[in-house]
Design a protein around this ligand. Structure first.
Ligand code: CA
Length: 399
């Protein structure tokens, strides 16, 4: 039980405690942890000796704290739980609680490298059918390795950042033209944030996932389908993706998700030895996608074919090293049903089947002024539910 008002029964209760970076009251950016609708100023707590984290909590990103490693992540989390549950700490801690609406939430990590996977069989099959009609929906390699590409780390932005409609080349019947994208879409994804780096030339085993990965963010990998369709062969996504990738302001630590790990779908054919993760576990994260405030779909992350541990093993099998702040995203999360897809490309079947959004507004892809919010919940301990931080963004006209 927490003594913090509103914590009991909150999806941001004392079993959740996601980390972020924020500023308030004219102070420097600092690390905080969310409890109910408050943010505990961890820099302030560390400054007076309430928490010990090697001085990393006064920094403007989570990177230095994430680099400390799992023993320190666990001990700091346990200390925060003590501070927020033992009434003896209340007089010292309560002045460090900042109302959420007085806090400006910043990009929580300095993103090192950004990798985006493609791990939903349902999504890959849908996109295959839409982009390559008449051909097999999955390409021959898809069930043998987690398909991915390196994205643009410098354009990862925090939830709430407006997204300017990208301009670029797209195909027409009479050759390419240049202009604002007319098929601007979302991709609802889950991102994994690396804390502990690895050594160049040495691969990371799937079993070492929890030693390297600090936590989870929600991701919206905005995608310009017309730019993407024209540019993606033979080297894959480029400018159709790199203009912006939004992540939640809150990083949910893996420790908060201990009750959310569930068996992942069986894999057939069997995977290569380096991709075997035992136990083979995904996460029971239930996403929702809202378009202009209306709930459109509910993508189930538990249906993902490739697990985050397999993605980590694959990412490093060639000896590529991890850096603190690396972000790797799952790929669009889509379940088997139309109301479970994580992109509007799938929801409207390539734009052929418009949907109604809000009060009679018809949509295929995003219009200027539209907003999209992705949320997720997960099982917590003892039948409770915890929430991940939402990721939201609004489309501004092309410049
Ligand atoms: Ca993506």
């Amino acid at each position: 039980m927490s003594w913090v008002t509103g914590a009991e029964g909150s999806p941001y209760g004392v079993t959740n405690l996601p980390y972020g970076v924020f500023r308030y009251d004219g102070r420097e950016p600092r690390v905080g942890v969310r409890i109910a609708d408050l943010v505990l100023d961890l820099a302030g707590a560390e400054a007076v000796g309430l928490v010990l984290a090697a001085g990393t909590l006064g920094r403007p990103t989570l990177n230095d704290f994430m680099a400390l490693g799992r023993p320190q992540w666990t001990s700091v989390r346990q200390r925060i739980v003590d501070l927020l549950t033992d009434p003896a700490h209340r007089p010292a801690v309560e002045p460090l609680l900042v109302p959420l609406d007085a806090a400006e939430l910043l990009l929580p990590i300095e993103v090192a490298d950004y990798v985006d996977f493609y791990s939903s069989e349902h999504h890959a099959s849908n996109v295959g059918q839409i982009f390559r009609p008449g051909q097999p929906a999955l390409l021959p390699n898809w069930k043998h390795l987690p398909i991915g590409y390196h994205g643009r780390a410098g354009t990862v932005v925090v939830s709430g950042t407006p997204v300017v409609r990208p301009t670029g080349q797209r195909a027409t019947g009479q050759g390419p033209t240049v202009g604002p994208s007319v098929r601007l879409d979302i991709e609802a994804e889950v991102g994994f944030v690396v804390g502990v780096p690895s050594v160049l030339g040495r691969r990371v085993a799937a079993a070492d996932f929890a030693d390297h990965v600090f936590g989870v963010v929600l991701v919206n990998d905005w995608s310009a389908r017309d730019i993407q369709a024209w540019e993606y062969q033979p080297l894959g996504p480029f400018l159709g993706k790199s203009f912006a990738t939004s992540i939640s302001a809150w990083v949910t630590p893996l420790d908060a998700l201990a009750d959310a790990f569930v068996p992942a779908p069986d894999q057939d054919p069997p995977v290569q030895a380096y991709l075997r993760d035992t136990p083979h576990l995904g996460l029971d994260l239930r996403l929702t996608v809202e378009w202009n405030g209306e709930r459109m779909t509910e993508p189930p992350f538990s249906t993902m074919y490739w697990t985050p541990a397999q993605q980590l093993a694959h990412l490093t099998v060639n000896g590529a090293s991890l850096r603190t702040g690396d972000l790797y995203a799952s790929g669009t999360v889509s379940g088997p049903q139309r109301d479970q897809v994580g992109s509007f490309l799938e929801l409207t079947w390539g734009g052929a089947e418009p949907v109604t959004v809000g009060a009679g507004q018809t949509r295929t892809f995003l219009e200027d002024g539209d907003s999209v919010t992705v949320r997720a919940v997960a099982p917590g301990p003892d039948g409770t539910t915890i929430a991940l931080g939402e990721v939201t963004g609004r489309i501004l006209p092309a410049r």
